[in-house]
Design a protein. Structure first.
Length: 308
Protein backbone atom coordinates (compact mmCIF):
# COMPACT_ATOMS: atom_id res chain seq x y z
CA UNK A 1 0.00 0.00 0.00
CA UNK A 2 2.83 2.31 0.80
CA UNK A 3 6.39 2.40 -0.58
CA UNK A 4 9.10 0.77 1.47
CA UNK A 5 11.12 3.21 3.51
CA UNK A 6 14.86 3.44 3.90
CA UNK A 7 16.39 2.02 7.05
CA UNK A 8 19.56 4.08 6.87
CA UNK A 9 18.24 7.26 8.53
CA UNK A 10 19.63 7.78 12.02
CA UNK A 11 17.16 8.54 14.80
CA UNK A 12 19.06 11.42 16.40
CA UNK A 13 16.19 12.88 18.44
CA UNK A 14 15.03 9.74 20.21
CA UNK A 15 15.69 11.17 23.66
CA UNK A 16 14.05 14.46 22.71
CA UNK A 17 10.88 12.66 21.62
CA UNK A 18 10.72 10.83 24.92
CA UNK A 19 10.98 14.16 26.71
CA UNK A 20 8.13 15.69 24.69
CA UNK A 21 5.73 12.77 25.33
CA UNK A 22 2.00 13.10 25.05
CA UNK A 23 1.14 15.13 28.12
CA UNK A 24 0.49 18.84 27.89
CA UNK A 25 2.48 19.30 31.06
CA UNK A 26 5.60 17.92 29.37
CA UNK A 27 5.37 19.76 26.07
CA UNK A 28 6.64 23.19 25.14
CA UNK A 29 3.98 25.49 23.63
CA UNK A 30 5.26 25.34 20.08
CA UNK A 31 3.40 24.50 16.90
CA UNK A 32 0.99 26.03 14.46
CA UNK A 33 -1.90 28.48 14.81
CA UNK A 34 -4.48 25.93 16.01
CA UNK A 35 -4.41 25.07 19.73
CA UNK A 36 -5.00 21.58 21.09
CA UNK A 37 -7.34 21.18 24.09
CA UNK A 38 -5.95 20.13 27.49
CA UNK A 39 -5.78 16.38 27.92
CA UNK A 40 -5.68 15.61 24.19
CA UNK A 41 -3.29 12.82 23.20
CA UNK A 42 -2.32 10.72 20.20
CA UNK A 43 -1.09 7.15 20.59
CA UNK A 44 -0.67 3.74 18.97
CA UNK A 45 -3.45 1.23 19.57
CA UNK A 46 -2.26 -2.34 20.08
CA UNK A 47 1.32 -1.69 18.92
CA UNK A 48 3.92 -1.72 21.68
CA UNK A 49 7.52 -0.67 21.97
CA UNK A 50 9.80 -3.62 21.17
CA UNK A 51 7.07 -5.58 19.36
CA UNK A 52 7.86 -7.94 16.47
CA UNK A 53 5.67 -7.55 13.38
CA UNK A 54 5.52 -9.02 9.86
CA UNK A 55 6.75 -7.05 6.86
CA UNK A 56 3.19 -5.88 6.14
CA UNK A 57 1.19 -4.95 9.21
CA UNK A 58 -1.66 -2.70 10.30
CA UNK A 59 -1.05 0.41 12.39
CA UNK A 60 -4.04 1.70 14.37
CA UNK A 61 -4.01 5.36 15.38
CA UNK A 62 -5.53 6.38 18.71
CA UNK A 63 -6.72 9.92 19.44
CA UNK A 64 -8.12 11.21 22.73
CA UNK A 65 -9.76 14.57 23.37
CA UNK A 66 -9.97 15.65 19.71
CA UNK A 67 -11.72 14.54 16.53
CA UNK A 68 -10.38 13.36 13.19
CA UNK A 69 -10.98 15.57 10.15
CA UNK A 70 -9.54 15.33 6.63
CA UNK A 71 -6.86 17.70 5.42
CA UNK A 72 -8.41 20.96 4.28
CA UNK A 73 -11.27 20.71 6.79
CA UNK A 74 -11.18 23.82 8.99
CA UNK A 75 -12.80 22.45 12.14
CA UNK A 76 -11.85 23.32 15.70
CA UNK A 77 -10.33 20.58 17.88
CA UNK A 78 -9.79 18.23 14.93
CA UNK A 79 -6.86 17.09 12.81
CA UNK A 80 -5.46 14.17 10.83
CA UNK A 81 -2.71 11.66 11.47
CA UNK A 82 0.87 11.55 10.23
CA UNK A 83 3.16 8.56 10.73
CA UNK A 84 6.89 9.20 11.09
CA UNK A 85 9.08 6.24 10.18
CA UNK A 86 12.81 6.09 10.95
CA UNK A 87 13.11 9.85 11.21
CA UNK A 88 13.33 12.66 13.72
CA UNK A 89 10.59 15.14 14.51
CA UNK A 90 10.09 17.78 11.83
CA UNK A 91 9.74 21.49 12.53
CA UNK A 92 6.59 21.77 14.65
CA UNK A 93 5.51 25.17 13.30
CA UNK A 94 5.69 24.19 9.61
CA UNK A 95 3.71 21.74 7.42
CA UNK A 96 4.87 18.16 8.01
CA UNK A 97 6.91 16.91 5.00
CA UNK A 98 5.36 14.29 2.73
CA UNK A 99 7.80 11.55 1.75
CA UNK A 100 8.69 7.93 2.47
CA UNK A 101 9.48 8.79 6.10
CA UNK A 102 6.51 11.09 6.71
CA UNK A 103 3.26 9.37 5.73
CA UNK A 104 0.14 11.55 5.58
CA UNK A 105 -3.39 10.27 6.23
CA UNK A 106 -5.24 13.31 5.01
CA UNK A 107 -8.42 11.41 4.16
CA UNK A 108 -9.05 11.01 7.89
CA UNK A 109 -7.83 7.42 8.16
CA UNK A 110 -7.61 5.94 11.64
CA UNK A 111 -5.52 2.94 10.60
CA UNK A 112 -3.23 2.00 7.74
CA UNK A 113 -1.41 -0.99 6.30
CA UNK A 114 2.34 -0.38 6.25
CA UNK A 115 5.09 -2.37 4.54
CA UNK A 116 8.64 -2.19 5.88
CA UNK A 117 11.84 -4.12 5.15
CA UNK A 118 13.18 -6.54 7.74
CA UNK A 119 15.09 -5.04 10.62
CA UNK A 120 14.51 -2.48 13.35
CA UNK A 121 12.45 0.65 12.76
CA UNK A 122 11.05 3.52 14.79
CA UNK A 123 7.47 4.79 14.54
CA UNK A 124 5.90 7.98 15.89
CA UNK A 125 2.56 9.72 15.36
CA UNK A 126 2.05 13.47 14.96
CA UNK A 127 -1.36 15.10 14.53
CA UNK A 128 -1.61 17.92 12.00
CA UNK A 129 -4.28 20.51 11.24
CA UNK A 130 -5.98 21.19 7.90
CA UNK A 131 -2.65 22.49 6.56
CA UNK A 132 -0.62 19.58 8.00
CA UNK A 133 0.87 21.81 10.74
CA UNK A 134 1.05 20.40 14.31
CA UNK A 135 -1.09 22.05 16.96
CA UNK A 136 0.02 24.24 19.79
CA UNK A 137 0.63 22.29 22.02
CA UNK A 138 1.73 19.54 19.51
CA UNK A 139 0.14 16.12 19.81
CA UNK A 140 3.03 13.69 19.51
CA UNK A 141 2.95 10.02 20.45
CA UNK A 142 5.65 8.09 22.22
CA UNK A 143 8.34 6.99 19.77
CA UNK A 144 8.35 3.21 19.66
CA UNK A 145 10.83 0.75 18.21
CA UNK A 146 9.62 -2.33 16.33
CA UNK A 147 11.37 -5.30 14.77
CA UNK A 148 10.17 -6.45 11.34
CA UNK A 149 10.58 -10.17 10.60
CA UNK A 150 9.35 -11.78 7.40
CA UNK A 151 8.11 -14.92 9.12
CA UNK A 152 6.36 -13.14 11.99
CA UNK A 153 2.70 -14.03 12.40
CA UNK A 154 0.37 -11.32 13.63
CA UNK A 155 -3.45 -11.37 13.32
CA UNK A 156 -4.97 -8.29 11.74
CA UNK A 157 -6.67 -6.00 14.23
CA UNK A 158 -9.82 -5.81 12.19
CA UNK A 159 -10.44 -9.52 11.69
CA UNK A 160 -11.90 -9.98 15.16
CA UNK A 161 -14.81 -7.69 14.47
CA UNK A 162 -15.28 -7.45 10.76
CA UNK A 163 -18.46 -5.94 9.43
CA UNK A 164 -21.04 -8.40 8.16
CA UNK A 165 -21.56 -8.92 4.48
CA UNK A 166 -24.57 -7.26 2.96
CA UNK A 167 -26.65 -7.70 -0.14
CA UNK A 168 -28.57 -4.44 0.21
CA UNK A 169 -29.28 -3.03 -3.26
CA UNK A 170 -28.15 0.45 -4.20
CA UNK A 171 -30.37 3.16 -2.72
CA UNK A 172 -31.02 6.65 -4.00
CA UNK A 173 -29.44 9.33 -1.81
CA UNK A 174 -26.96 7.04 -0.04
CA UNK A 175 -23.28 7.44 -0.74
CA UNK A 176 -21.34 4.43 -1.99
CA UNK A 177 -18.93 2.75 0.42
CA UNK A 178 -15.75 1.24 -1.07
CA UNK A 179 -15.20 -2.50 -1.28
CA UNK A 180 -13.51 -3.92 1.80
CA UNK A 181 -14.41 -1.03 4.11
CA UNK A 182 -15.28 -2.14 7.65
CA UNK A 183 -16.18 -0.65 11.00
CA UNK A 184 -15.50 -2.54 14.22
CA UNK A 185 -14.89 -2.24 17.96
CA UNK A 186 -11.29 -1.92 19.08
CA UNK A 187 -12.61 -1.94 22.65
CA UNK A 188 -14.56 -3.48 24.29
CA UNK A 189 -14.59 -7.05 23.09
CA UNK A 190 -17.68 -9.18 22.72
CA UNK A 191 -18.91 -10.69 26.01
CA UNK A 192 -16.51 -8.48 27.94
CA UNK A 193 -16.98 -6.69 31.26
CA UNK A 194 -16.76 -2.90 31.55
CA UNK A 195 -17.22 -0.19 34.17
CA UNK A 196 -20.28 2.10 34.12
CA UNK A 197 -18.18 4.73 32.27
CA UNK A 198 -16.16 2.79 29.67
CA UNK A 199 -14.12 4.37 26.88
CA UNK A 200 -15.37 2.88 23.61
CA UNK A 201 -12.78 2.82 20.80
CA UNK A 202 -13.98 2.72 17.19
CA UNK A 203 -12.08 0.96 14.41
CA UNK A 204 -12.41 1.80 10.72
CA UNK A 205 -10.62 0.32 7.74
CA UNK A 206 -10.87 1.27 4.08
CA UNK A 207 -12.39 4.71 4.70
CA UNK A 208 -11.55 7.95 6.49
CA UNK A 209 -13.22 9.84 9.31
CA UNK A 210 -14.75 13.26 8.61
CA UNK A 211 -16.91 15.45 10.86
CA UNK A 212 -20.63 15.79 10.30
CA UNK A 213 -21.39 18.44 7.70
CA UNK A 214 -18.10 17.89 5.86
CA UNK A 215 -18.65 16.21 2.50
CA UNK A 216 -15.71 14.14 1.25
CA UNK A 217 -15.70 10.92 -0.77
CA UNK A 218 -15.07 7.71 1.19
CA UNK A 219 -15.41 9.31 4.62
CA UNK A 220 -17.98 9.32 7.41
CA UNK A 221 -18.37 9.60 11.16
CA UNK A 222 -19.25 7.10 13.86
CA UNK A 223 -22.57 6.36 15.55
CA UNK A 224 -23.00 4.01 18.48
CA UNK A 225 -26.23 2.03 18.76
CA UNK A 226 -27.02 0.94 22.32
CA UNK A 227 -29.70 -1.65 23.11
CA UNK A 228 -31.62 -0.93 19.92
CA UNK A 229 -32.29 -2.29 16.44
CA UNK A 230 -30.64 -1.01 13.27
CA UNK A 231 -32.49 2.15 12.16
CA UNK A 232 -33.89 2.85 8.69
CA UNK A 233 -30.76 2.94 6.54
CA UNK A 234 -32.27 5.36 4.03
CA UNK A 235 -32.85 8.09 6.63
CA UNK A 236 -30.59 10.09 8.99
CA UNK A 237 -29.73 8.12 12.10
CA UNK A 238 -31.82 9.29 15.10
CA UNK A 239 -30.08 11.16 17.91
CA UNK A 240 -31.16 9.95 21.35
CA UNK A 241 -29.96 7.86 24.30
CA UNK A 242 -29.86 4.75 22.10
CA UNK A 243 -28.24 6.41 19.07
CA UNK A 244 -25.10 8.33 20.04
CA UNK A 245 -23.55 10.58 17.36
CA UNK A 246 -19.86 11.42 17.18
CA UNK A 247 -20.07 14.15 14.61
CA UNK A 248 -16.84 15.87 15.65
CA UNK A 249 -14.92 12.97 14.10
CA UNK A 250 -14.18 11.20 17.39
CA UNK A 251 -12.51 7.80 17.21
CA UNK A 252 -13.17 7.01 20.87
CA UNK A 253 -15.57 8.26 23.51
CA UNK A 254 -16.40 7.79 27.19
CA UNK A 255 -20.03 6.83 27.65
CA UNK A 256 -22.24 6.00 30.63
CA UNK A 257 -24.09 2.70 30.90
CA UNK A 258 -26.28 1.35 33.72
CA UNK A 259 -25.28 -1.87 35.46
CA UNK A 260 -26.25 -5.03 33.60
CA UNK A 261 -25.96 -6.45 30.12
CA UNK A 262 -26.06 -4.27 27.01
CA UNK A 263 -25.81 -4.66 23.24
CA UNK A 264 -23.54 -2.30 21.28
CA UNK A 265 -23.19 -1.77 17.55
CA UNK A 266 -21.34 0.75 15.36
CA UNK A 267 -22.78 2.37 12.25
CA UNK A 268 -20.86 4.79 10.02
CA UNK A 269 -22.74 7.57 8.26
CA UNK A 270 -22.04 10.45 5.88
CA UNK A 271 -22.05 14.20 6.56
CA UNK A 272 -25.86 14.11 6.82
CA UNK A 273 -25.87 11.14 9.25
CA UNK A 274 -27.19 8.81 6.51
CA UNK A 275 -25.56 5.35 6.32
CA UNK A 276 -23.58 4.40 3.23
CA UNK A 277 -24.48 1.81 0.64
CA UNK A 278 -23.60 -0.91 1.47
CA UNK A 279 -23.87 0.17 5.11
CA UNK A 280 -20.80 0.02 7.33
CA UNK A 281 -22.31 -1.79 10.28
CA UNK A 282 -20.29 -3.68 12.87
CA UNK A 283 -21.22 -7.02 14.32
CA UNK A 284 -23.28 -6.49 17.50
CA UNK A 285 -21.43 -7.18 20.73
CA UNK A 286 -22.71 -7.70 24.24
CA UNK A 287 -21.02 -6.26 27.31
CA UNK A 288 -21.80 -6.60 30.98
CA UNK A 289 -21.45 -3.52 33.17
CA UNK A 290 -20.28 -4.07 36.75
CA UNK A 291 -19.14 -1.53 39.31
CA UNK A 292 -15.55 -2.74 39.06
CA UNK A 293 -15.52 -3.61 35.36
CA UNK A 294 -14.65 -7.19 36.28
CA UNK A 295 -16.70 -10.39 36.41
CA UNK A 296 -18.58 -10.82 39.69
CA UNK A 297 -16.85 -12.98 42.26
CA UNK A 298 -18.00 -16.56 42.34
CA UNK A 299 -19.85 -17.60 45.45
CA UNK A 300 -18.07 -20.06 47.66
CA UNK A 301 -20.14 -22.89 49.05
CA UNK A 302 -19.17 -24.55 52.28
CA UNK A 303 -19.14 -28.29 52.42
CA UNK A 304 -20.90 -29.75 55.39
CA UNK A 305 -20.29 -33.24 56.65
CA UNK A 306 -23.37 -35.26 57.31
CA UNK A 307 -23.25 -37.27 60.52
CA UNK A 308 -25.38 -40.30 61.15
Amino acid sequence: MFSKVSTGIAVSLLMLAGTIGTSHGQQKPVGGPNPSPPGAAVYFVGLKDGQTVPTTFTVNFGLKGMGVAPAGSDKANAGHHHLLIDTELPSLDQPIPSDFNHLHFGAGQTEAEVTLPEGEHTLQLVLGDKDHIPNTIPLISERIKIRVVAAAAMPAASTAAAAPATTTPASTGRKKSPDGAKVYFVFPKNRGYVTPTPVIRFGLIGMGVAPAGFEKVNTGHHHLLIDTDVPNLDLPIPADFNHLHFGAGQTEAKITLPLGKHTLRLLLADELHIPHDPPLLSEPITVTVTASGRPPAKKKYRKYRRYY
